[in-house]
Write a protein that binds this ligand. Sequence first.
Ligand SMILES: Cc1cc2nc3c(=O)[nH]c(=O)nc-3n(C[C@H](O)[C@H](O)[C@H](O)COP(=O)(O)O)c2cc1C
Length: 374
Amino acid sequence: MLRYLTGGESHGKCMLAILDGVPAGLSVDAASIDRELSRRMFGYGRGKRMAIESDKVEILSGLRKGVSIGSPISIEISNVDRSIDRLPVVLEPRPGHADLPGVLKYGLNDVRDVFERASARETVARVGVGAICKLFLAEFGIKITSHVTAIGSIESSVRSLGFSQLITMSDASPVRCADPKASALMCKEISLSIESGDSLGGVFEVVVAGVPAGIGSYTQWDRKMDALLAAGMMSIQAIKGVSFGLGFESAKRKGSLVHDEIFYNKKNGFYGHTNNAGGIEGGMTNGEDIVIRCAMKPIATLRKPLASVNIKTKKPIKATVERSDVCAVPAAAAIGESVAAFEIANAFMEKFGCDSMREIRRNYDGYIEQVRKF
Ligand SMILES: Cc1cc2nc3c(=O)[nH]c(=O)nc-3n(C[C@H](O)[C@H](O)[C@H](O)COP(=O)(O)O)c2cc1C
């Protein structure tokens, strides 16, 4: 079983993760992890924090000569801004954050004690974990990408692009949107929000290609691949909705316009002409691309702050204003890829084993052959 914990505060010394259960024999290089970390920092609308941080991983354990040995892989990403002990006490919780329920729950007198950990800076450690999972999945031809499909009310018209086209088009956009026209409008919308002191959310789509049919299971609620992916996505800060394939749109259509018909030929085996299910049926992958959409709410820290109450005096006051992003949907998309990589790698290992790459390869090849001959 693959599992991980993260540690670290936003303005503390560093962010940490321990990833347990990585099989022996996987090549892991810091450069690949750093590439994913830089994708998380990307996107028009990010705040000044991203201008000062340049996230780089240090791998502290679990490898010998760049290859995993079956023991936990520990990673550290240093924070450039480590001012946590010098930062002022905050008494004005921000609406839309963990601030108020956090101080109530832990009996704290300083809202900063809550948001230093609740901050999405935590996701830098998760992206590090996801990068290792991506290296594992790549060994079996599984690739993951993402693109932004909406910023505020501006929507991309891209519905179904090929995997590599999706990467090329979205990488060319400052907001990682594969529709150039919508991308320009999204940037304009973000500029307007920057000027007016407001913030924006949006929608991103994660696409996973190359997963064989039969990962996850229909036999128990907690083994369903879509449930596991949805829980992972919902754990990303500010994600408020997750859907697969046609998602909520499928509720409006008749069955004949939703369900993917099944075809067969000798060369391809079973296949479909559509992928409205988003690659998962009955809690199992069906061999099509997995398509996950996530809705992100607008950033909650506003330059023109909302009403709040001082937790000491109980008097009305404006919420605290911290250095903040205005829109972080492109970054959230990269985090979504990492979360998907972890969940799929874990379910993949449940099916094919988890001790050594050699063992997993043998089981995987045998299964692919079994499906081919079915
Ligand atoms: C990549 C990313 C960056 C974020 N940056 C900020 C930010 O700069 N300021 C802010 O107020 N919220 C930011 N958020 C959102 C908050 O972390 C989140 O809304 C808050 O922790 C409350 O959690 P909840 O929205 O899931 O309830 C960001 C989220 C993500 C995924």
